[in-house]
Structure formats: structure tokens, C-alpha cells
Ligand binder design. Structure first.
Ligand code: ADP
Ligand code: MG
Length: 398
């Protein structure tokens, strides 16, 4: 089953020379107590778009949210530290305003010269942002000639800055957004086959919609992580004290029936006598988990079988760790599979999900993955086949 991949116009397809461009970025970065940015990955991810626009003579007006101020001004969530870091990365001063709309902003925008970069204040200081208020969206739109969405991580939310604003001005994708749409869209729309999906993570309830959407599209679907436990229950296995969702057993049984040979479950598991990094661990067959023990990882035989199932794959989508990889004794399944994916000689490999991205980093193979999605919730919704409002509103390719 294939569908036409989503194709959106990008900043490369429009004239930006001399234009005032409002760019929605995702600068929702972690900070320490003193406000210092502790991880600037998201700021770096927006650099290609910012650099492109500057080099092509645009006036770049950046806008983002940070944290959850819930519609009020929270001094600790002002974007000044972000502007400082961005200035350092760009090697050019970035002017930071203390509002996102209003006379001060208008004046500053009018004073901009081509190549200038300006950062508006945290959008979520305004309750109108998350309410997708049309007046607020129009005020944002009035600042610029063109809207660029480069914030894939918030594209699943219809907020004023991610969706509303695009009703009032031409709207195209930034380079990061375009990359996300291209890789995820290609995989789901017209994958190079064989196409293998690997799904894990804690709960099956989080992933049912993803399995539903992927099952008809993939050649193989490999299941791991805590969510495999509910499938084991559906098959009548005892899972001891493992994490399970009893109310989802019927759904799991139905997916097993529909999936047939495509849907593969672990043959062995690593179990522990407590949910702890210091717990006693042992490997058992999946159908032989003793009472009071809990499943923490896929076993070595499963890693071997899953690695074999990946051989020859030309497209791989992975979401969700194979075990409690945060605890070293239960990381081998996830790390082993990360290597198997990274080692594939001719495959487009895509990793989505915050914990999965962290696991691939921890395995030291991130550089050998084709695309690691920057959007946790957004990539999950994309894999569910949902239309993301922040993507839908952008102009289609011609
Ligand atoms: P992602 O963020 O990549 O979408 P999830 O949030 O769905 O991934 O799942 C990640 C979490 O699943 C991790 O914190 C991991 O410890 C947990 N997990 C994986 N396997 C198990 C298991 N067998 N039992 C309990 N938790 C598990
Ligand atoms: Mg997660």
C-alpha cells in the first residue's frame, strides 16, 4: 500500500531577497538553574534555514516557544539566553525583543536591514498562542511578507504561530521541516522495499495507532520493549510482574491476527527480579517468564533474529527502545539493534521518538542513521498517518 508522499514548498522555491520573513523555530531547549542553555541541538538544527535566508538577503524574524509559561510572563522563560547562544553560533548579534507583538516589535522590524536576525519573545507568554487566536495570528502575520515553519516538533499542534498565522500570508517549509517531511513522508508514502519497522517503548497503548497505520505498509514489523508484553499476554504467555496493559489484550490479539507473519515478537527476553539497575538478571524464553519476575529487555536470540530480519532492508523506521535501556544491564537489546540498523549497507534508516533518539546516541551510531527526527510527538503522529496542522497549512509543491 502506498500513498503520494507529502510535498511542500520550501524557502528554496520562493524569492526571499529583501523580504521580511517570519520563521517559526523550535528553540524549546533545556536550561540549567541559572538559565544557561545545556543542550543547543535544537538551535543548531535551525541554523541551515537561518543561514540560507540571511545569505539570500532576507530580514529574519525568529519566533519560538520555551517551556510552559501557560499564557503568562515568566522571567525564567524569556528567550534571552537562547538569543545569546544563537548569536555565538551565527557569529552575528541577534537582537532579542521583550514582546512578540506590539509597537516596539513593529518598530524593530521596520528598522531591520537585509541579513539581520531578530528574535521575538516567548510566544507562550500570550494565552492567544495556544488558543490559536486569529487576532494574535494576524498581528504576527502583519510583521512579515512570508511565513516559514521550521518547527517540526510543534507541527502537530494548531497554535497561532504554527497554523493560524499561515492563513494570512504565504507559508512555506524551512529546511529542517522539509527534511522531516521528506524522510518520514517518503518512508510512509513510497518506501524502497523491503520496508521494516521496529516498534518498542513502554506502552502498547501509545503505539496502537502507529502499528495500525504501518502494518499495511511494511514488509515486517518487529516488536520489542514493554509493549511486547501485552502481545505475550494475548498469546497466553505468563509475564510475571512485567509492565502490561490488560485492557489492551484484545487489541493486541486483533493486531496479531491481522499482522500474521509480518508481525514478529521476541523469542527470548531478559528478566529481572526488580525494576532496578542492580536487579538480578537472566535470559529466558519469552513463554517461560517465572512468577514475580519482570521483562526488561529483548534477549540475545531476538537481537540475532531481528538483525537477520533487517538484512536486505532498504527502508527502516524505528520508534521505541527494545528495553529499559536507561539501566545498563538491560540496554543490550536496544544497543544491539541500533548497531544492526546503522550497519545496513543500503538502507534509508529513520529513528523517531525522544527516547529512541537518545538510545541511538548512547549506542554511538547516530551519525550512521539517515535521519533522526527532531519531533517526538510530531513524528509519532506522522507515523500514525495523521495530518499535522503545521504541515498541512504550508503551500504544496507545484
Ligand atoms: P520514544 O520516546 O522513543 O517514543 P517511548 O517513550 O515510547 O519511546 O518508550 C521509551 C521508554 O520505554 C523508555 O523509558 C524505556 O525504559 C521504556 N521501556 C522499554 N522497554 C520496557 C520494558 N520492558 N518495561 C518497562 N519499560 C520499558
Ligand atoms: Mg518517550
Amino acid at each position: 500500500m502506498t500513498t503520494t508522499p507529502v510535498c511542500k514548498k520550501t524557502i528554496r522555491n520562493v524569492d526571499v531577497d529583501g523580504k521580511r520573513v517570519l520563521v517559526r523555530v523550535d528553540f524549546n531547549v533545556p536550561q540549567d538553574e541559572s538559565g544557561r542553555v545545556t543542550d543547543d541541538t535544537r538551535i543548531r538544527a535551525a541554523l541551515p534555514t537561518i543561514e540560507y535566508l540571511r545569505q539570500h538577503g532576507a530580514r529574519v524574524i525568529l519566533t519560538s516557544h520555551l517551556g510552559r509559561p501557560k499564557g503568562k510572563v515568566v522571567d525564567k522563560l524569556r528567550l534571552d539566553p537562547v538569543a545569546d547562544r544563537l548569536s555565538a553560533l551565527l557569529g552575528q548579534p541577534v537582537r532579542k525583543l521583550s514582546d512578540a507583538i506590539g509597537p516596539e516589535v513593529r518598530e524593530a522590524v521596520l528598522a531591520m536591514r537585509p541579513g539581520d536576525v531578530l528574535l521575538l519573545e516567548n510566544l507562550r507568554f500570550y494565552p492567544e498562542e495556544e488558543a490559536n487566536d486569529s487576532t494574535f495570528a494576524r498581528q504576527l502575520a502583519s510583521l512579515a511578507d512570508l511565513y516559514v515553519n521550521d518547527a517540526f516538533g510543534t507541527a502537530h499542534r494548531a497554535h497561532a504561530s504554527t497554523e493560524g498565522v499561515a492563513h494570512y500570508m504565504p507559508a512555506v517549509a524551512g529546511l529542517l521541516m522539509a527534511k522531516e517531511i521528506e524522510f518520514l513522508g517518503q518512508a510512509l508514502g513510497s518506501p524502497r522495499r523491503p520496508f521494516v519497522a521496529i516498534l518498542g517503548g513502554a506502552k502498547v497503548s501509545d503505539k496502537i495507532a502507529v502499528i495500525d497505520n504501518l502494518l499495511p505498509k511494511v514488509d515486517r514489523l518487529l516488536i520489542g520493549g514493554g509493549m511486547a508484553n501485552t502481545f505475550f499476554l494475548a498469546k497466553g504467555y505468563d509475564v510475571g510482574d512485567s509492565l502490561v496493559e490488560v485492557e489492551k489484550v484484545d487489541v493486541a490479539r486483533d493486531l496479531l491476527a491481522r499482522g500474521g507473519d509480518k508481525l514478529v515478537l521476541p523469542s527470548d527476553v531478559v528478566i529481572a527480579d526488580a525494576f532496578s539497575a542492580e536487579a538480578t538478571a537472566q535470559v529466558v524464553a519469552a513463554e517461560q517468564v517465572p512468577a514475580k519476575w519482570r521483562i526488561m529487555d529483548i534477549g540475545p536470540d531476538t537481537v540475532r533474529r531481528y538483525s537477520q530480519a533487517l538484512q536486505g532492508a532498504h527502508t527502516v523506521v524505528w520508534n521505541g527502545p527494545m528495553g529499559v535501556f536507561e539501566f545498563e544491564p538491560f540496554a543490550a537489546g536496544t544497543i544491539g539493534l541500533a548497531h544492526a540498523v546503522a550497519d545496513l549497507p543500503d538502507a534509508t534508516t529513520i529513528v523517531g521518538g525522544g527516547d529512541s533518539a537518545a538510545a541511538v546516541e548512547a549506542a554511538g551510531v547516530a551519525a550512521r542513521i539517515t535521519h533522526i527526527s527532531t519531533g517526538g510527538g510530531a513524528s509519532l503522529e506522522f507515523l500514525e498517518g495523521k495530518v499535522l496542522p503545521g504541515v498541512a497549512i504550508l503551500q504544496d509543491c507545484e
